[in-house]
Design a protein around this ligand. Structure first.
Ligand SMILES: Nc1ncnc2c1ncn2[C@@H]1O[C@H](COP(=O)(O)OP(=O)(O)OP(=O)(O)O)[C@@H](O)[C@H]1O
Ligand SMILES: [Mg+2]
Length: 578
């Protein structure tokens, strides 16, 4: 059964706190028994103490009652306290595991799934599990225990009264089930509307510039208005349904209360039962209908929690990239020969992206990859780094198929400046340190100098300690690229990969950075992807890719003599420069 399998998954995390959970169960039992004892003693006190004028007994029983209520509060406080600990600790571990998992998933996992969905599983779903564990777990058990306990006690006290109250059980349960399904539906709709609205708001804030440039604020505002109105509508509906449920429950509650009083009154008038017994009964009746009505709500809460558990464990059960967490052998290094042999690849196994790509680059040499937008240049790099696995052919690094080199080991020796680099929130220095965690200040500064970004950093109010927002908010695109280059220089890789690394930098700075990069490239294998062909003129080999196929290969002069595709590209770029 589904519920069982979700619970089994979760139990792996809860079972660490088996002892506490056992203690909590005992405490719930104690609390329930103590709540059951209250009304019983109260009835006894009325019959034998108050009605008979026995003041000693009244005092004695009042003391006992006070003690029982005190114990009851203590025990329910303790069970909640313990349960919060269990829930928070298990959920913390769960969150850690999910985060680690997400960081180790193969990149193609994210190609087909919206990031928002993955994020929502990591935050909203885990939150829901946490809340359910903290609240619902105890509530369900104590509701079941209370309802059963009260039924037993009531029947043993007086079966006629118990039966008259028992008649309301099917009505309450039926109504509660009926309503809670509708309440849940409406709350789900409300959550969905909220999600949509959040998405629209996020886009509106992020895409502000584009909206303003195109004067499309009004158009976008309509989207916002629609989402906002839908949230209002669903919010009102959800509240209306849930409060009408509360109302009806209260009515039934009071009605059954009245029935007990009525029948109890008749029975008492004929001396079948005592006043004390009626008092006990009324108290039990009060305690009875509440958990009964809540059970249905808790049932649907459990269902949502189970659905969330499944959504979270779906991520956890995904296959991680192999060996991704293995320790890296620090002494490992590669000479840098890279061979592609008849490599074919497609992202979705439907549209072929690369077809029979073959090339060979000797250690220390520089290979440029050029070609039109979307021709597959970045894809070649994605395969070398094993972000994606090839469909056919072989890739060798130093005579070894890259399938036989642990991914993290391989990547530790590759230095990549990507087309769109990510700048993390933190200081400038933190961002450069991603290249080498334990680098000294001097190493960081040298890397920044080599990337021609040192002067700029120094000109900032706090220098290397200047905080940059998420995504590098305060930096220009070119500055972000320079920082990424510094990061890569610091990592001192065996194979350097520059994918449009200088595309956002002005030509003068580019020239300076090129000098630094040339120094860096001179003694290591390098791949350079660039649309500005001037920057790759000096490469040892130029690979020309068009629509996923290699159409030309050679150095600049050879390709120019050939007067083929490269020649056309180059001459047209030169013409435009003039
Ligand atoms: N994750 C992905 N899933 C599916 N298709 C993709 C993915 N990434 C890229 N593609 C497709 O693969 C093709 C090659 O993309 P690639 O990024 O390699 O081009 P490129 O040569 O680097 O282009 P550019 O010069 O614009 O950077 C494109 O048609 C692109 O739409
Ligand atoms: Mg690209």
């Amino acid at each position: 059964m589904k519920v069982k399998s979700s619970f089994r998954s979760l139990w792996k995390y809860l079972s660490i706190y088996k002892k506490n959970i056992f203690l909590i169960l005992i405490l719930i039992l104690c609390t329930t028994l103590l709540s059951l004892a209250g009304p019983y003693l109260m009835g006894y006190l009325i019959d034998n103490g108050i009605l008979k004028g026995n003041l000693d007994l009244v005092v004695k029983y009042l003391t006992i009652l006070g003690f029982i209520y005190l114990l009851n509060s203590l025990s329910s406080w303790l069970q909640n306290y313990l349960m919060t600990g269990v829930a928070q600790n298990s959920v913390k571990k769960l969150r850690e595991d999910v985060f680690e998992k997400v960081e180790s998933l193969p990149l193609n996992y994210f190609d087909t799934r919206p990031i928002g969905d993955v994020m929502s599983r990591m935050t909203n779903d885990i939150d829901l599990i946490s809340n359910s564990l903290t609240q619902t777990f105890i509530q369900v058990i104590s509701s079941v225990l209370t309802v059963t306990g009260i039924l037993i006690v009531m029947f043993s006290l007086n079966w006629i009264l118990a039966l008259s109250l028992g008649l309301s059980i099917p009505i309450i349960l039926g109504l509660a089930l009926l309503f809670s399904a509708r309440v849940k539906d409406n709350f789900t709709k409300q959550q969905e509307s909220l999600g949509t609205l959040n998405g629209v708001i996020k886009e509106g804030v992020k895409g502000q510039k584009v909206l303003r440039v195109f004067g499309a604020e009004h158009h976008f505002f309509e989207r916002f208005e629609k989402a906002n109105a839908s949230l209002k509508h669903n919010g009102i509906k959800a509240q209306a349904v849930s409060s009408s449920m509360t109302g009806i429950m209260n009515f039934i509650n009071n009605a059954s209360f009245a029935i007990v009083v009525l029948i109890g009154g008749i029975l008492a008038a004929r001396d079948y039962i005592t006043i004390g017994l009626i008092t006990s009964f009324i108290n039990y009746a009060r305690q009875f209908t509440r958990p009964l009505g809540q059970l249905a709500g808790q049932y649907s809460q459990i269902q949502s929690a189970m659905a969330s558990t499944d959504r979270v464990f779906e991520i956890l059960n995904e296959e991680s990239e192999a060996n991704i967490d293995d320790p890296i052998d620090k002494s490992y290094s590669i000479d840098g020969e890279v061979i592609f042999k008849d490599v074919s690849f497609s992202y979705d196994k439907k549209v072929p992206i690369l077809r029979n790509i073959s090339f060979n680059i000797k250690p220390g040499k520089t290979m440029a990859i050029v070609g039109p937008t979307g021709s597959g240049k970045t894809t070649i790099i994605n395969l070398l780094t094993r972000f994606y696995e090839i469909d056919e052919g072989k890739i060798y690094v130093d005579d070894k198929s890259i399938k036989d080199i642990p991914k993290n080991q391989l990547r530790s020796r590759l230095g990549i400046v990507l087309q769109n680099n990510y700048i993390f929130s933190g200081t400038i220095k933190d961002n450069i340190l991603y290249g080498k965690e334990d680098a000294t200040n001097e190493e960081v500064i040298n890397a920044a100098k080599a990337a021609n970004v040192h002067d700029f950093i120094e000109s900032m109010p706090n220098g290397y300690d200047t905080k940059v927002g998420k995504g590098g908010g305060i930096l220009s695109e070119g500055q972000k690229q320079l920082l990424s280059i510094a990061r890569t220089i610091l990592s001192d890789p065996d194979v350097l990969i520059l994918d449009e690394a200088t595309s956002s930098i002005d030509t003068k700075t580019e020239l300076q950075v090129q000098n630094a990069l040339s120094k860096l490239m001179s003694h290591r294998t390098s791949f350079v992807i660039a649309h500005r062909l001037k920057t790759i003129k000096n490469a040892d080999t130029i690979l020309v890719i068009k629509a996923g196929e290699k159409i030309e290969e050679g150095n600049h002069n050879e390709l120019m003599d050939k007067e083929g595709f490269y020649y056309t590209l180059y001459t047209s770029q030169m013409k435009n420069m003039k």
